[in-house]
Design a protein around this ligand. Sequence first.
Ligand code: SAM
Length: 206
Amino acid sequence: MNKQEQILSEYKEFCNAEGNQHIASEYAILKLQEIIEKFGTENVLEVGLGIGAIAGSLLSTNSYLEYSGTEHNKFCLDALKTNLGADYRKLGVFSKLVKVPQRKFDLIIIDGKDPDLEKIQQLVMDRGIIVIEGDRIPQQELLRKYFPGHKYVHSISNKKNASYSPFPLGHWQGGLKIIFVNPDSKQLLWWGKEKMKTKLKYHFRK
Ligand SMILES: C[S@@+](CC[C@H](N)C(=O)[O-])C[C@H]1O[C@@H](n2cnc3c(N)ncnc32)[C@H](O)[C@@H]1O
């Protein structure tokens, strides 16, 4: 099984898990894996761990990752323990951003709300990447304001929801918003290609 097949097989478990209605899209999970491989991500912070679809899928395939996240919902906190199994001990869980001990992360995933989003400025590496799952327009606007030199791309899928997903059939899989807070040349090149891909997908997807 290659990494993509491995991550997809783990993701399918979350598609069948209790409380699956808010999990990340398949496209988001696979794109995050691409980002991790491309940019050598070593540590991740996820705002809104939910029932663990992103964390569980990424940790199952990249066991070396240092992974922390925030969650406050009791149902989700219990589900994380069940759904991640042995990988749960690799996870640092905090109730909200202000409780995350000061350190820097290569990749920050935003998939939940937090009243202290401005703390992301202290938590992201100089060449860090912020990925927003779903629409989340207010958070997107704030984050883009915090990093004046950033580059932004909305990466969209040209695939529809799979029959095993908890999402409506016939709808496009949800996309991702990617912010390079202070891009280096490798990130700039990838960002440019991703912008082009999004343009083509918008043009050709039917
Ligand atoms: C979009 S969800 C996060 C999903 C998560 N990143 C995942 O992939 O599983 C955002 C927030 O919704 C809440 N939430 C998610 N699933 C829930 C459920 N089944 N019941 C109640 N609250 C839920 C949690 O507080 C979570 O942080």
